[in-house]
Design a protein around this ligand. Structure first.
Ligand code: ATP
Ligand code: MN
Length: 494
């Protein structure tokens, strides 16, 4: 009796029912197939082949017989359309496929009759990785404000706009490394924690391991840092330039590309407290070589974006800024205007415009002045050189006129200052006297000064604010929307 039953059971197991067959083939597909990214499906579609894609549902529509799922996997702005015959799938599975849910889909890649896409997948198996509650999910179909998306920065990558922005941001970072590597520059990692407030900017974040509730004080009431982690006061860097110069004066041409920090309370659409900066530094370059490099570099990046980020740029041009492509092309095709600060002042005083900040030789140029020069007067990117020494940093090379320094600011339409740079003062005595004039702590700068004592050489460099550049290349208008998790006054969420 017992034996008979067992035999009966075994026979049941060996005979595949239809259901078994389906489960088996589904398992087989998921185990054996390699995932294809959606970008690859579109770039080299193998029509008629079985594919496996994984991604997040953007939309689902259809009726009780058939549903159309737009699936996005982040590799491209384009969604792949998945067509599912509902009779092949569990009713609850189909119900759980809502906007935001994560899926794996296998099926045949076929050409599509529908409008808006030329290929689609006829689903044979769907695995639901993660459901997404349609009511609680913050990203609904309607357009959201940039402010709302900033508050949901953990999810905003899933929108078309932020997908495009962060793919472009990546491409630009990659292109920056490629540009310098191809030119023989070396990527130098300068420190993020520094021991000197070298620029005398006084807008640095302090780094300490001391107990803030029990700070030790000196007799004069100042904080005693001698027992702190580094044995002295330290800060987050505002720039890698000074250390970069040390590298350039041995390796020839270097660049840094890292985070920089400024505790300035600038609540503007162009300032972050934590931003990324690219700082090339080159031995044997004068200010003209420096300008040539800056212009060539920026144009290379625009060309790279045109060649590698076309679809994302076109999307942003359509949805965010209708003038974007034209402006990029314009900057690419035109030589940057080069004028001195003194010439800029003459142009500004010669205009009949009413300024909020007075235009006077010796005053720094304000955003309104820079915008007038770039957007109204020249209508081109402008490089301004030879600024008054009083408004620029101590390390800039002094001109023979005794009044100006070999500084250069590159100003862009819509952005204002995008690059700041200079030829550096390489003459020891001149550098030291400037440091003393400004009452900077020359003892802290002994290492910087020594390069001017031992085999000094003319050299130059500049800093490009990465997010300012990403603003320009994407047409976005607020710097908080081109860095994944912005750090600004009173905001360090995520
Ligand atoms: P700004 O006058 O616009 O504040 P800056 O004169 O302080 O700029 P630099 O110290 O010359 O700028 O820094 C080099 C580059 O770094 C700038 O040209 C800009 O692209 C970028 N940058 C400077 N400050 C910020 C900031 N707070 N957030 C983002 N980028 C910045
Ligand atoms: Mn600043």
């Amino acid at each position: 009796m017992n034996i008979n039953l067992e035999i009966q059971n075994n026979v049941d197991l060996l005979e595949f029912s239809d259901e078994h067959f389906i489960i088996f083939t589904r398992l087989f597909f998921f185990i054996m197939m390699k995932r294809t990214k959606v970008k690859e499906l579109f770039s080299s579609p193998q029509l008629g082949s079985d594919v496996l894609v994984k991604g997040w549902v953007r939309t689902k529509r259809g009726n009780k017989n058939i549903v159309f799922i737009a699936l996005n996997d982040g590799s491209t702005i384009n969604n792949i359309q998945v067509v599912a015959d509902t009779s092949l799938f569990d009713e609850n599975l189909i119900k759980d496929i809502t906007t935001g849910a994560s899926l794996a889909v296998t099926g045949k890649l076929v050409s599509s009759q529908g409008q808006g896409q030329n290929i689609e997948i006829n689903a044979s198996a769907i695995e639901l990785y993660g459901k997404c509650d349609a009511v609680a999910y913050p990203l609904q179909k309607k357009g959201h404000s940039m402010e709302f998306l900033r508050e949901n920065a953990h999810l905003r990558f899933r929108t078309n706009t932020f997908g495009a922005v962060f793919r472009i941001r990546h491409s630009m970072a990659f292109a920056i490394h490629k540009y310098f590597n191809d030119k023989g520059f070396f990527y130098l990692h300068t420190p993020i924690i520094t021991g000197s407030d070298a620029e005398g900017a006084g807008e640095m974040f302090h780094v300490t391991a001391m107990d803030m509730m029990k700070l030790p004080y000196n007799d004069d009431g100042t904080v005693d840092f001698s027992n702190d982690f580094f044995g002295k006061q330290t800060n987050l860097t505002v720039s890698g330039q000074l250390e970069g110069e040390l590298g350039a004066l041995a390796l020839g041409e270097i660049y840094t590309f890292g985070p920089t920090f400024r505790a300035e309370n600038s609540n503007t659409p162009r300032h972050l407290a934590e931003f990324w900066m690219i700082e090339p530094e080159m031995a044997f370059y004068d200010i003209t070589d420096n300008m040539d490099l800056a212009e060539d570099f920026v144009k290379y990046l625009i060309r790279y974006a045109f060649e590698n980020c076309r679809e994302d740029l076109e999307f942003l041009n359509k949805m965010i800024d209708n003038g974007l492509l034209e402006r990029l092309k314009f900057v690419l095709e035109n030589k940057f205007v080069r004028i001195t600060y003194t010439e800029a002042i003459d142009i500004l005083t010669g205009s009949s415009k009413e300024w909020e900040y007075p235009v006077k030789w010796g005053n720094d140029l304000q955003a309104e002045h820079e915008r007038y020069l770039v957007e109204v007067y020249f209508r081109k990117p402008v490089i301004i050189t030879d600024y008054p020494r009083e408004i620029k940093a101590f390390y800039m090379k002094q001109n023979d006129d005794g009044k100006t320094v070999k500084a250069m600011d590159v100003l862009f339409p819509g952005i204002g200052e995008i690059i700041g740079g200079s030829q550096r003062e390489e003459i020891y005595d001149k550098l030291l006297s400037r440091i003393r004039e400004l009452k900077l702590p020359d003892k802290d700068l002994w290492w910087y000064l020594e390069t001017r004592k031992f085999g000094t050489a003319p050299h130059s460099g500049f800093g490009l604010g990465f997010e300012r550049f990403v603003l320009f290349i994407t047409g976005m208008s607020n710097i908080r929307d081109v860095i994944p998790f912005p750090r600004t006054p009173k905001n360090a969420e995520f």
